[in-house]
Design a binder for this molecule. Sequence first.
Ligand code: FMN
Length: 323
Amino acid sequence: MAPSTEQRILRNALGSFATGVTIVTTRDADGADIGRTANSFSSVSLDPPMILWSLARTSSSLGIFQQAEHFAVHILAVEQQGLSNLFAGKSKDRFAGIDIERGVGGVPLLKGCAARFECRTVHQYEGGDHIIFVAEVTDFTHSSSAPLLFHGGGYGRIMRPKAETRSFATRPETLSPNDLTYLISRLFHDLRDTSARERRKIELTDAEYAILTLLGHDDGQSVADLLRLAAQRGAEVDRPICDQMEGSGLIQLSDSATAETHAFLTPKGREKMTMVVAAIKSAEARCLSRLDENERWILLQLLGQVASANDKGWPPAPAGARN
Ligand SMILES: Cc1cc2nc3c(=O)[nH]c(=O)nc-3n(C[C@H](O)[C@H](O)[C@H](O)COP(=O)(O)O)c2cc1C
């Protein structure tokens, strides 16, 4: 039955409580592996070690979990969102192609989780439209992987401030570490210096670099478009520079007798860009090495969101995707 409006409002209110995501697994009487995604998991007791979770009465796996003596709870790591969807879905064989180990009672154990608890059911309680399983933890493992989160009906990631958050005095005549421009500039100078040094080494001017970057994103653009886009990005370029670049073998220009002239990267142009990009990426990796994988993901997500809100058609859509 579809939930009533009131139920939906209640579910939304309950969704304000952020949780981790678990997969609870067991084995049925015929030896088939069973698993369901659940965020109703909670710790109960340390001595003796006990946990609980609840399963909808409507779940096709209810009878199996009610009869199982043993089950395992897997607290998922951020990179296991796909597994969460798989075990919440309708797949007949959720374990197909998944590398597992076996626990007590032959219970399937998933690998690569943030934590894993092997459990023995000790109580089952009526919980309205759910059954609550309370279990003793018989064994567990734990890793430092960042956990996957669930909140408001969607997945999330944890972000913990490392340093004490300081607030800086704001003065109208200066930018401070409260300002995006201040923070971005500090990083950008570092990265830009690396790029400039590499370009000097391989004798690539700023204008040539601007043209090659544009062609790297969208090869075969018209020279008119290239000059316009490069100018928008603050590069001083003109047609003679394109002719010079063709002379030095960095780009190739199409025959302009009848149609508009188009520019193409040559292998030499591509090779030079590959060298600059490799130098920038290694400087980037140095900057980002202060963060763990999860923090890097969050930083790039957030910057991507800010940048795309501010996007003026850059980078251009691949040629095939444009009308
Ligand atoms: C993040 C997430 C958390 C969930 N938590 C629970 C839960 O705690 N209890 C539950 O019964 N179902 C939960 N579900 C739904 C089940 O994973 C599953 O979709 C449902 O049991 C499907 O019905 P079936 O068991 O008949 O296949 C959750 C689903 C998701 C995506």
